[in-house]
Write a protein that binds this ligand. Sequence first.
Ligand SMILES: [Zn+2]
Length: 336
Amino acid sequence: MPRFPLLPVQPDKFTLVFLVFLMVVTTAILVGRFAMKNEQTSTDSPSDLVSVSPVPTAPASGAAAAPEKATRYVVKTIDGEATFVDAASRAGLDATATFRVAQALRNMIDFRRDWKEKNRVAFVFDTKGDKASSEDQGRPGMPAAVRVVTDAGEHDIFLYRNLAGKAFYYTKRGDRARGGGFLRYPLDFRRISSQFSQRRFDPVLKRWQPHDGVDFAAPSGTAVHATANGVVTFAGVQTGYGNVIEIRNRPPYSTLFAHLSRFAKGIRIGTRVKRNEVIGYVGATGWATGPHLHYEVQVDDVPKNPLTVSLPPAEPLQGRDLSRFASRSETLEDLL
Ligand SMILES: [Zn+2]
């Protein structure tokens, strides 16, 4: 038995073998990480835009854990991309995955208006990923969690397979990221020509009064969409508002669209409309100085600022699904 002057205790044969094994495994892990980093820097320039970090699921207990089992989640962080699609493709998402993630984030981010190159996107991939059909959002290649950091803050979505076996993206609170909720904007507009305000000088009436909605300037004839599912409670002419549509959405919400040039086919009192369905077209009927949409969101019949009012989510997780989701999203959130 050889003696080891540097060790406080002289090991027996078994301990010695174990120590050597531990050293070999540690070295293998370190070399593996180094190689991965090198690969990243050689394929991407500038190199700091993508960082890949394998994350151990649990602290390595014993030296027996093989390196590929020790890493379940892979995190990719991207910034400096001109569009979200560029960021997603850089993280390795295919076109389908990119589309589904973008759809899931749509209620939180307006990709055309809010996207800036400095925005940061983090993707967490679950390498264990369960098998699923190609229509299912839980198919391999779909990120388990995504965080987009914009000027407005952090927007997170988490992929969760519910007890019924279907996988969808959910917000941190367990609401379907893209369910029957609200769209923020009812049209593709040029600019906001008048903000919601308790008191503004009305250019037509020439007097101070509240402005109960937002005016979106857009060319005459631009399609106006329902912002949520609902029932038309008014479609006709009102003094001031011109051609106007009122929709009762899920309580306590209702929405109003004014100054329309005309209504879409089939829009009358009692018509059921779906979110994003075209209900009419921009015009300048009633008291309007030019073509625009006057849009109101009312909560319990009180007008709220459509640009900032908190809009209802849809199909929230409940019961056991919610508790399972909470523990999973907590794990994933730590990685973002
Ligand atoms: Zn207005």
